[in-house]
Design a protein around this ligand. Structure first.
Ligand code: SF4
Ligand code: SF4
Length: 287
């Protein structure tokens, strides 16, 4: 089974639109949205949910008032200021480190699971789709990304699919690392701005560190030809293949507003043709 992660150094490069377009083209695959902090692929894919799993991220400290002898050790040792002088535990501040439970002389504090988010397994018009959503202000999304991927792999095996396409999180942090481990190809979507080039270079370091083959797609290529050429030169110098150069096209936005991928919205337009070309190049690198 092959796995491709579509990533970008930051949000707003058109990563999700391109993932949706590729999902329209690729057959016999599972789609996974690992952009768990800001998932939006489900808005376009209109999934019919088949299974919901609760995701437990950080643990939460819980004090047993009956056992507590009010020695204040937990209050004194919590370095996140999550416990006040009345010994109430602030759910939003508790980082689940367990120190309070460790120092408590009478075992009055236990660490309990808290519902941090959800993992949904669903069916869409493009095939099976797994996505994760974190509750507002929750963290630990790297762990949620890994769980979304595990569910996608299990689903792909179950349904005899030969590919997983992953909409990865933006940036270079822990969720990105979780979305890259063990994949065959990282398709890096970049745009021809100064910050776009810088972000691409940063994310490339992560991709290469994990031994994943990088391929680059320059989105909105014609918005700044000079910068696009710089990206191409950089890639050439570093022996990275630019598999796609997609021109700016307002149809991407119109398609999204209409709940469609660009390929569905206009099967004949230049962007759609370029995306088909890009997919045949990616496929060539997978074989
Ligand atoms: S688990 Fe850590 S952060 Fe949470 S209340 Fe206890 S000491 Fe503070
Ligand atoms: S450390 Fe245990 S006994 Fe002491 S105040 Fe905290 S909960 Fe109560």
């Amino acid at each position: 089974m092959k796995q491709i992660t579509v990533i970008s150094g930051k949000g707003g490069t058109g990563k999700t639109s391109l993932t949706a377009a590729l999902s329209t083209i690729i057959r016999n695959k599972v789609i996974a949205d690992c952009d768990v902090d800001a998932p939006d692929l489900h808005l376009l894919l209109n999934p019919k949910i088949k299974k919901t799993m609760v995701f437990h991220g950080l643990k939460l400290a819980e004090r047993d008032v009956e056992k507590c002898i009010r020695c204040m050790k937990c209050y004194e040792n919590c370095r996140f200021d999550a416990i006040n002088e009345e010994l109430d535990i602030d759910e939003d501040k508790c980082e689940g480190c367990g120190v309070c439970s460790y120092v408590c002389p009478v075992d009055a504090i236990s660490m309990v699971d808290r519902d941090t988010g959800f993992i949904y397994t669903s069916e869409t018009r493009f095939g099976p789709f797994v996505y994760g959503i974190l509750k507002t202000a929750e963290e630990a999304s790297g762990k949620l990304v890994s769980m979304v991927r595990e569910s996608a792999i299990a689903l792909a095996r179950d349904k005899n699919m030969d590919m997983i396409i992953i909409d990865g999180p933006p940036g270079t942090g822990c969720p990105v690392i979780a979305s890259l481990s063990g994949v065959d190809i990282a398709l890096i979507v970049t745009e021809p701005t100064k910050s776009g080039i810088h972000d691409m270079e940063r994310v490339l370091k992560v991709v290469e560190h994990f031994g994943v083959k990088p391929l680059v797609c320059i989105n909105k290529y014609d918005l700044n030809i000079e910068n696009s050429l710089k990206i191409e030169e950089f890639c050439k110098r570093n022996k990275i293949e630019v598999v796609g150069k997609i021109s700016f096209d307002e149809r991407f936005t119109t398609a999204l507003i209409n709940g469609k991928s660009i390929v569905e919205y206009d099967a004949e337009c230049e962007a759609t043709r370029k995306i088909f070309d890009m997919w045949s190049r990616i496929k060539g690198r997978l074989e």
